[in-house]
Design a protein around this ligand. Structure first.
Ligand code: ADP
Ligand code: MG
Length: 577
């Protein structure tokens, strides 16, 4: 066999083939360029499914006449300069391949004018070669027309589908971008038919209505963002009344880039679990924002697949945001809010301090979700009857939901425990009562902690208390301390953060009982978090510890640890009474 190096014409066609598979890939590259150029208006006009012509007109920043030819070189990009930059990419394009590839397989004309020029430039290329560059009067922005696709590439042309099929791919793609960029006014025309227009007013719901119609838009719910400081999830999801026979209308975007992801399709499916029939799918627009360095978009030349640094976190944030929205918004019956009927009785019960579920109303200005029917149930019995009720009944753990709540069966119905609040209560009482007092654990590697100057000034006043509750530390020059040991409760949390948290809280001028404040902060810091998966044994252990607390019904900050849905309530909600 003889090995040859392919000539430039062949190699660039092969390279072009990777980027330009079919008309829709060209549309994608061109509109991404328009978006990267900061356009507020993008018109896409397609003839014959894009096989004959694709035209994209934008009002973006344009290209100077000096750079017009350069834009069509392979690896010519204005968006990436260094390897380090690859980690911080916020633009949609960065490879500098698109224009080179597109022009290699078509007849391309581009007219562009940046604000600094009075007159625009027109460049015409056929199969990658520049035919001419001339001055041309033009509005601000860029207009590019691509025609005769794959005229020199019959193998590729053969694989194109009918104009109708290619068109529908283009409609699909443009819809996705219009949804991802509601602040851009989009206009898609196929042949002489307008397919959709969006207003570009920044409202996702209006862009959605432009594409899917007003009727469907009225059945969409805005996604409630589930708290995760590193990942934000926004968007619209269809109410469970609506469903489709396939996944095409599940639109997922990561940092403004449409992606296809089985993982996230799964997250959506799980969130709708039991709300839609088998093999039915929702309509949704999910916008995920995360740090560019937490996602790798450089996986596939067409860039519709991404790799996440922490796929589990993205999965659960998406799943939980959607689930939470559905549960809150879609009319699934939730316990009624107690509004003060039967006030007298409630006060009697609350006053007794014995029946822990009623004590959820521990602070008078907070409304709680004590079901009304439960209060009525109490009325049937003499309040005095509760005086000696064991504080927390014996509970049987059924499982964990949303990695946040422990669901239990008890003597009278369902008991839902907030794992963080419960653990916080347990630790708070332990630390306060001194169980852990002398118990400090030495750190394997001591850490240096920098404190703000205002903390340094007053840290002396709390030194003894800090030592007492288990911190072993010494001054290490200027604003630094060396931390060698932490309270036992901190066994699995970040020692540095914990130390700074405790010091900051103790030195807060509003604190009058410093030991109490320290115990609260330690408890809050060391308690298991919402979102943490627990084994059955761990849940049972936690509940056992909660049972022996003096005040199991609230966390150290007064929020409830338990909600109780008693059997009367369940029966009445299910119409059994
Ligand atoms: P990339 O987008 O990866 O940088 P392209 O080949 O798509 O590579 O484009 C090359 C360069 O041409 C871009 O970096 C940009 O500077 C310029 N360009 C392309 N299209 C437009 C446009 N619509 N408006 C302004 N500049 C553009
Ligand atoms: Mg590009």
């Amino acid at each position: 066999m003889i090995i040859n190096i392919l000539d430039k014409g062949v190699s660039s066609l092969i390279a072009a083939g990777e980027v330009v598979e079919r008309p829709v890939s060209i549309v994608k590259e061109l509109i991404e360029n328009s978006l990267d150029a900061g356009s507020k208006r993008v018109d896409v006009i397609v003839q014959d499914g894009g096989i004959q012509t694709i035209q994209v007109v934008d009002d973006g920043q344009g290209i100077s006449s000096a750079q017009m030819a350069l834009a069509f070189h392979r690896f010519a990009t204005s968006k990436l300069q260094t390897v380090e930059g690859l980690d911080q990419i916020r633009t949609l394009g960065f490879r500098g391949e698109a224009l080179a590839s597109i022009s290699a397989v078509s007849d391309t004309t581009m007219i562009s004018r940046p604000v600094a020029q009075d007159i625009g430039t027109k460049i015409h290329l056929i199969e990658g070669d520049i035919v001419n560059i001339t001055d041309q009067g033009s509005p601000l922005g860029t207009s590019i027309t691509v025609s005769n696709l794959f005229a020199n590439f019959p193998a590729r042309r053969k694989f194109l589908r009918s104009p109708g099929a290619e068109s529908s791919k283009i409609v699909n793609l443009c819809s996705k971008y219009a949804l991802a960029y509601p602040d851009v006014a989009w206009n898609l025309t196929l042949g002489d038919k307008n397919k959709f227009i969006t207003p570009g007013n920044g409202q996702l719901i209006d862009a959605f209505a432009g594409i899917y119609g007003v009727e469907l838009s009225e059945n969409m719910l805005p996604v409630k963002s589930y708290l995760n400081s590193d990942i934000s999830v926004k968007g619209l999801i269809s109410s469970p009344k609506i469903s489709r026979s396939n996944r095409t209308n599940i639109n997922i975007f990561v940092n403004g880039r449409w992606i296809s992801s089985n993982l996230l399709n799964q997250a959506v499916a799980q969130a709708y679990h039991s709300l839609l029939k088998e093999r039915r799918f929702p309509v949704c627009v999910i916008d995920i924002e995360l740090k560019p360095s937490d996602v790798d978009v450089n996986v596939h030349p067409a860039k519709t697949e991404v790799r996440f640094l922490d796929p589990g976190a993205v999965f659960s944030t998406v799943q939980q945001s959607i689930r939470q929205t559905l549960l809150e918004e879609s009319g699934i019956p939730a316990p009624q809010t107690y509004e003060g009927k039967n006030k007298k009785l409630t006060e009697a019960v609350l006053g007794s301090g014995a029946f822990w579920t009623s004590n959820l109303k521990s602070s008078t200005n907070r409304t709680t979700n004590i079901p009304e029917s439960m209060i009525e149930n109490l009325q049937l019995q003499a309040p005095g009857q509760f005086t000696h009720v064991k504080v927390l009944p014996l509970l049987r753990v059924l499982g964990q939901i949303q990695n946040t709540y422990i669901v239990n069966e008890g003597p009278d119905g369902l008991y839902v425990i907030d794992q963080h609040a419960a653990h916080e209560r347990v630790l708070y009482e332990q630390v306060l009562s001194g169980i852990n007092q002398s118990a400090s654990q030495a750190l394997l590697n001591s850490v240096v902690v920098e404190l703000d100057s205002h903390l340094i000034d007053s840290i002396d006043s709390i030194k003894d208390l800090l030592a007492d509750i288990g911190f072993i530390f010494e001054h290490f020059g200027d604003s630094s301390y060396i931390l060698r040991g932490v309270p036992n409760a901190f066994h699995s949390s970040d020692p540095k953060d914990g130390f700074v948290d405790v010091v900051t809280n103790l030195l807060n001028e509003n604190v009058d009982d410093r030991r109490d404040a320290a115990s609260k902060t330690i408890a809050c810091h060391a308690a298991i978090r919402a979102g943490q998966t627990l084994s059955l044994a761990e849940m049972q252990e936690l509940i056992k510890l909660l049972e022996i607390c003096k005040q199991p019904q609230t966390c150290a900050h007064g929020r409830p640890t338990v909600i109780h849905l008693n059997s009367n309530y369940l029966e009445s909600q299910f119409g059994r009474r």
